[in-house]
Write a protein that binds this ligand. Structure first.
Ligand code: FES
Length: 79
């Protein structure tokens, strides 16, 4: 698997909690988008783990084309 799967062609709003750790799915195979469920095993992909810096609604990337891993940068408009 060279390229990630487009899990969905739009971002999804998620309520992040400051100090909590999240694992954003980079491969697009998880059925718990936008987060990793372990489906990447054997693909060469690994989740992007991050700690939320603030409590807020974040628009998280599901197309997996973002240049700002985890977060929508509008890249889905170019699919
Ligand atoms: S399931 Fe996609 S990175 Fe883990």
């Amino acid at each position: 698997m060279d390229l990630p799967k487009v899990a969905a062609p739009n971002p999804i709003p998620v309520e992040l909690v400051a100090g909590s750790t999240y694992a954003w799915c980079t491969c697009g195979l998880s059925d718990k988008q936008p987060f990793c469920n372990g489906a990447h095993k054997g693909t060469g992909f690994a989740p992007k783990v991050f700690v939320a810096e603030e409590t807020k609604t974040a628009y998280m990337c599901q197309c997996k084309q973002t240049a700002n891993p985890g977060f929508c940068d509008g890249a889905h408009k170019n699919l």
